[in-house]
Ligand binder design. Structure first.
Ligand SMILES: C[S@@+](CC[C@H](N)C(=O)[O-])C[C@H]1O[C@@H](n2cnc3c(N)ncnc32)[C@H](O)[C@@H]1O
Length: 385
């Protein structure tokens, strides 16, 4: 049935569509991974093509409910309750201190969304839910769900004002310590699987393979997962993470549990004003921070990074990429663009824009690595001659 939430699904041509259980041939892929409305039969396909389906109703009525339901389920411990063996509606409601009728409604929606399977009055977690929603699973996005539910959700109310004024909320300026903690936990959750791919596929200067002692600077590096991934791959590499003091207060224990000791260390600072030094780093990474800065600020960061790089060193801007308006739809890049506008007044940038900051800093550009596990993200590389 196309008109249900079940039809609003992520499909990846080339992967298994989770709702339809259909393998799509790789070579038919016109776009990267997309959130789409996916008809279940030829009649629905025709109805969709004939514009008989009220698509905006799905966006306006179904999607907000889906998002909030998933966030509340995580926050109320519903996924973990099922993992711990509370598998009937009443047992889940009792364990999570929820109303049984309301819990039944929530579980129905989450089952339609493929978080649960349901047989004979019992719920079990699907493979997808087990990997991504549980509090203590290594790649879980639980931290992001908590942050989005407790800190970010009220920000969305301000989207109308942002659209009128163009002025975002600049959350880095006024989070309280508890919110900083949710934020840093969210960053761990958001970048856990990405950091693995970054560690495997990030282009590195030859020095990292050849020399015994090499240095990395990780600007806005927070939890340090990207630094750790590279340091595990290159035994001679050590990394300095510069981040805001309030972030480091919360991120320090998150980095400590990765067990890298002094090889990956935090230094409090401000990327907008600090001098990064002179010819001292082989590699500089700035991951998911350019979208909080204006073009001029990013150009200035690139200039100071270029100064701080050794000859042959590289600067990786790891970012969500803003798709050109009218290009193939890419929901991750375009929705995060609006979201970072709302939250920081800045937003995403195109690859060409990022490369222009690097070229203005006399770095050589050309290489761009897109992620296989995350649409809309790329490493944009500038190299110091
Ligand atoms: C979106 S998070 C990205 C974290 C990490 N690099 C990643 O990719 O997962 C942005 C980080 O930049 C930090 N940050 C924001 N403004 C900064 C500034 N002016 N100087 C240094 N760090 C900053 C934040 O505290 C936060 O830890």
């Amino acid at each position: 049935m196309m008109t249900g939430a079940k039809s609003v699904c992520a499909s990846h041509h080339g992967a298994l569509d989770p709702q339809r259980r259909t393998a799509w041939p790789l070579e038919t892929s016109p776009h990267p991974m997309q959130l789409t409305i996916s008809p279940d039969n030829p009649l629905e396909w025709i109805a969709l093509r004939a514009n008989m389906v009220p698509v905006p109703l799905l966006h306006a009525q179904i999607m907000p409910v889906i998002s909030k339901a998933v966030l509340e389920a995580a926050d109320k411990g519903v996924f973990d309750a099922v993992a711990e063996g509370h598998i009937t509606t009443d047992a889940i409601a009792q364990h999570c201190k929820l109303n049984p009728k309301a819990t039944g409604e929530l579980l129905g929606l989450l089952t339609a969304l493929d978080y649960f399977e349901y047989h004979d009055g019992r719920f079990t977690l699907t493979r997808m839910a087990r990997k991504w929603t549980l509090k203590h699973e290594p790649e879980s996005v639980y931290g992001m769900m908590l942050f989005n539910n407790r800190v970010m959700w009220p920000w969305l109310d301000k989207l109308g004002t942002y659209l009128e004024t163009g002025e975002g909320i600049h959350y880095h300026d006024h989070l309280n310590p508890e919110q900083w903690n949710y934020y840093q936990q969210a960053m761990v959750a958001a970048s856990g699987s990405e950091a693995k791919e970054f560690g495997r596929r990030a282009p590195v200067p030859k020095a990292l393979r050849r020399e015994q002692r090499t240095q990395m600077l990780d600007i806005g590096g927070s939890h340090g997962q990207h630094s750790v991934a590279l340091c595990k791959r290159y035994a001679g590499l050590a990394s300095t993470i510069i981040d805001l003091p309030a972030a480091i207060e919360q991120a320090a224990p998150l980095l400590a549990r990765l067990g890298m000791g002094d090889r990956v260390r935090h230094v409090p600072g401000n990327a907008l004003t600090d001098d990064f030094g002179e010819a001292q780093y082989d590699l500089v990474l700035m991951s998911s921070l350019a979208h909080h800065f204006t073009p001029d600020q990013n150009r200035d960061v690139a200039r100071r990074v270029a100064q701080a790089l050794k000859p042959g060193g590289i600067y990786i801007v790891n970012e969500f990429i803003r798709p050109e308006t009218g290009a193939s739809p890419e929901l991750v890049g375009s929705s995060t663009d609006l979201f970072y506008g709302l939250t920081s007044t800045a937003g995403n940038y195109s690859i060409a824009e990022i490369q222009s900051w690097q070229r203005d800093a006399d770095l050589r550009t050309g290489k761009v690595v897109t992620y296989r596990t995350m649409p809309g993200r790329a490493m944009v590389i500038g190299a110091k001659p």
